[in-house]
Write a protein that binds this ligand. Structure first.
Ligand SMILES: Cc1ncc(COP(=O)(O)O)c(C=O)c1O
Length: 334
């Protein structure tokens, strides 16, 4: 097993280009794909390539932390737009418009979203595409959860919309759909001039993704049968149980996530900070939920539950959650 091309071996770049055509309706050539060590590395490479000090980038709030923290590390400024529960965790495009300044370089979208489980609708994506073109913005589209989508929801890749391929970085990887997160394989697809520029960061950072992991990923992409769909049916079973159980707990509520494997639980009625509630549940009930505010200020008042665990553990976790919240409320009433 030896180094491959820094860009990734041709088998996997071709498999990724084929997948993006087949599933996402975007025409990328293998030369427009850069293979990285997990999507996290691709995100860093894109942001390091496009952002100068002082540049602004629009990021969702709440969101997977890297989109706030990597711009901060690079001396750029993440400017948040809200994904509100009362809005079904969709983007408010008037808010997005109001936050564009001459320094705005790009906008990040994550659909389905971590931590909200929200899926951006085609209507919102079309309008966002018009905003991006009108304001000459680049778009980072994180689609790592695209396959984990329920109830007939449709995933739309923004790069497939007219005029968007040339300004979009389509970000994806093997971690979620194929549950290969520890294998560390991600990719970014974009116009070739950006791929060449990003390769400089990638080359001096990791050289190339592991050879055998690239080959395994090509096999997964080319030879997938019903495995992912079967897993999605199982995730749905866990989700349906957890959503019902949580909404039966006095003091808690949640929307039914349309994608990904997270439930964003509203705990505002408990009158506690997210971090305090998470600590309490960890210590009292031995269940681990992530305090929502780590994903941005808009996540305060929420806890993120993952149902990427066995059905039995999801059932037991919900039972423990119900008991611990009941005990907490009783203690407060006394
Ligand atoms: C939205 C999002 N993007 C990217 C990643 C990271 O993916 P990878 O394991 O490929 O680095 C995650 C991981 O949780 C995620 O939630």
């Amino acid at each position: 097993m030896h180094y491959t091309s820094n860009f990734g071996c041709m088998e996997v770049r071709q498999a990724i280009a084929d997948k993006l055509k087949r599933e996402n309706n975007i025409d990328y050539k293998p030369g427009e794909v850069l293979v990285t060590v997990g999507l996290s590395e691709a995100v860093f490479a894109v942001l390091a390539t496009i952002l100068n000090r002082g540049d602004e980038i629009l990021v969702p709030d709440p969101v997977w932390l890297n989109y706030m923290n990597v711009p901060n590390l690079l001396g750029a400024k993440p400017v948040t737009y809200s994904l509100k529960e009362e809005n079904g965790f969709q983007m408010d495009l008037d808010e997005v418009r109001s936050k564009i300044t001459p320094r705005t370089k790009a906008v990040v979208i994550v659909t389905p979203n971590n931590p909200t489980g929200g899926v951006l609708s085609e209507r919102v994506l079309k309008e966002l595409a018009e905003i991006a073109v009108a304001n000459d913005l680049m778009v980072l589209s994180d689609e790592v959860y695209e396959r984990l989508i329920y109830d007939g929801e449709k995933h739309v890749s923004i790069a497939s919309l007219p005029g968007m391929k040339e300004r979009t970085f389509t970000l994806n990887g093997m971690s979620k759909a194929y549950a290969m997160d520890g294998w560390r394989l991600g990719y970014v697809a974009a116009p070739e001039e950006y791929i060449l520029a990003m390769n400089k960061f990638h080359q001096y950072n990791t050289t190339c993704a592991p050879n055998f992991v690239q080959l395994a990923s090509a096999a997964a992409l080319n030879e997938e049968g019903d495995e992912v769909n079967a897993m999605v049916r199982e995730y749905k079973r866990r989700r349906d149980h957890a959503v019902k159980a949580i909404n039966e707990i006095p003091g808690l509520s949640c929307q039914c996530p349309k994608g990904a494997f997270y439930i964003f639980i509203n705990i505002k009625e408990l009158g506690m900070k997210s971090a305090e509630a998470a600590d309490y549940l960890l210590e009292e009930a031995k269940i681990a939920l992530v305090p929502g505010d780590v994903f941005g200020p808009g996540g305060e008042g929420y806890l993120r539950m993952s149902f990427a665990n066995s059905y039995e553990n999801v059932v037991e976790g919900c039972e423990r959650l119900a008991e611990a919240v009941k005990a907490l409320r009783e203690r407060k009433e006394r």
